[in-house]
Design a protein around this ligand. Sequence first.
Ligand SMILES: CC(C)(COP(=O)(O)OP(=O)(O)OC[C@H]1O[C@@H](n2cnc3c(N)ncnc32)[C@H](O)[C@@H]1OP(=O)(O)O)[C@@H](O)C(=O)NCCC(=O)NCCS
Length: 157
Amino acid sequence: MGSVDIAELSADDVDELFAMFSAVVAAGEGYPQLPPLTRDAFEAVWVRGVSAVIAARVDGYLAGAYYLKPNFPGRSAHIANAGYVVDAAWRGRGIGRRLIEDSIVRAPALGFDAIQFNLVYASNPARRMYEALGWREIGRIPHAADGDDAIIYWRAV
Ligand SMILES: CC(C)(COP(=O)(O)OP(=O)(O)OC[C@H]1O[C@@H](n2cnc3c(N)ncnc32)[C@H](O)[C@@H]1OP(=O)(O)O)[C@@H](O)C(=O)NCCC(=O)NCCS
């Protein structure tokens, strides 16, 4: 694998991210959106109201991305929400971990002092990594999707 370049996603590359996220939604992985993913549903997650979208590129290919945005308005807008995605073809090579670590470093520069995940399905293997990287389980939502519970995670940054 070539070197992983992590930098802000350019506006020209949004279509590429739409394709990647559509595939993740089509596979039913990690997110609540139903396939087929509409452009509007994609933009609700990855475009509208985001503070930053960061891309991981390997040899020019978009391998993964994450967003940071306020999880709440006003007085609680200092708490970020983040979402991570790595294209299935590039998984298991440490790109997801690099993106998560990057978000921990970048969030304070964007004015956040915590990152909260609202809906991590109990069956998601990414949970182990979130916990290893310092996220604390602060709640559990029963039967959040298809009988699977969801965990709310929080960590200070
Ligand atoms: C979660 C995701 C971003 C991880 O990306 P990745 O590049 O494969 O992750 P890494 O290669 O950095 O692996 C990180 C760790 O998580 C573990 N892991 C990640 N995904 C895993 C999976 N599907 N199955 C088993 N273990 C997994 C790895 O073993 C690794 O552990 P280690 O660092 O202790 O060795 C990616 O699987 C993905 O996009 N999933 C679909 C969308 C999703 O669920 N996003 C999160 C929503 S809460």
